[in-house]
Design a binder for this molecule. Sequence first.
Ligand code: FE2
Length: 182
Amino acid sequence: MTVDDIAELMQRRGAAQYGREAVSQLEHALQCAHLAETAGEPDELVAAALLHDLGHLLAAEKEQSVEPASDRDDLHQFIPLPLLRGLFAEAVLAPIGLHVDAKRWLCAQEPGYFESLSPASVHSLALQGGPFTPEQAQAFEEQPHAQAAIRLRRYDDWAKVPGVATPALAHYASLMRRLALR
Ligand SMILES: [Fe+2]
């Protein structure tokens, strides 16, 4: 997979609705990247924010449907990793792979976080294993890039606002080209 392939997929599949939220997949990805960028995050985390839900688009390519099955964990955080490995460094890949665990960590560690989740997110949380136990939370924290994944998760939560202006996808395609390993 190349940066051009990623941009093409996001452009073509990105019009699909983001779960049960009021923004499209592409709007969600751009808002998430823009939040990371304006927060002063390194380019690697901006790229991770843009790509964190690429698994949904890749699954749609395969299944001809973007409606996630509602009765099982879609494991979307892991789907893009084999395709992006070789293209980006671990600082891009790890937060993508950890962004669901970051939600489980926040539910366990941050008062009020669970209550702030949308009904759809509460539903997927249950499928994903629910809030971490204290032991699981500690094991999560010890992983490299865990803190970056938690920050990504917050941008993810905020990136659901209809009508927000963001830079175009081309801006982030340039950023990804700068980060690409080959
Ligand atoms: Fe997301």
